[in-house]
Design a protein around this ligand. Sequence first.
Ligand SMILES: [Zn+2]
Length: 157
Amino acid sequence: MILYRLRCKRGHEFEAWFAGSAAFDKQEKRGQLSCPNCGTSSVSKALMAPSVAKRSKRKAAAKKEDDRPVVAEAPKPETQRVAAHHELASAMRKLRAEIESKSEYVGPRFSEEARKIHYEEAPARGIHGEATADEAKALKEEGIEFYPLPILPEDQN
Ligand SMILES: [Zn+2]
C-alpha cells in the first residue's frame, strides 16, 4: 500500500491509499480518481505523504518559531507596570512640587519650626523640611500634625 497526496485541478489536496504506484497510474488513466471536495476526476499526484508530513512538521515548527515573538512580547505587563510606576512617580512629583511651592522650606529646623507654629510662637504657615526619626516621633507625641513628603523614586537612589 502506498499513500499518495493528490491534488485536483482546482487545487484541493487530499490523500488516498493505492495498492502501488501502478494502481494509481491505472486509476488515474481511467479517470477513476475524483476529488472529494469538488468531484473532478482531473486529479494528479502532489507530494508523497511522507514528505508532506515532514514538511508540515517543519511548517509547524516554523510556526512555533513565528509564535515566539508573541511570547517575547510577554514583558508587556512589565511595560505597563513601569508606565504605572512613571504615572505614580509623576503624580507624587506634582504633589510634592505643590507642597514645596506652597510652603516654606525650613530645612533641618523642621521640627523646631513645626513646634513653634503649633505653640503659636511663630506665624502659622505651611512649612517643609527635614526631620530625624526621633524628631518626627517627638512631634507626633506632642500631637503636632505633619505629613511626610511623597518620596520620589529619585530620592531612593
Ligand atoms: Zn477538487
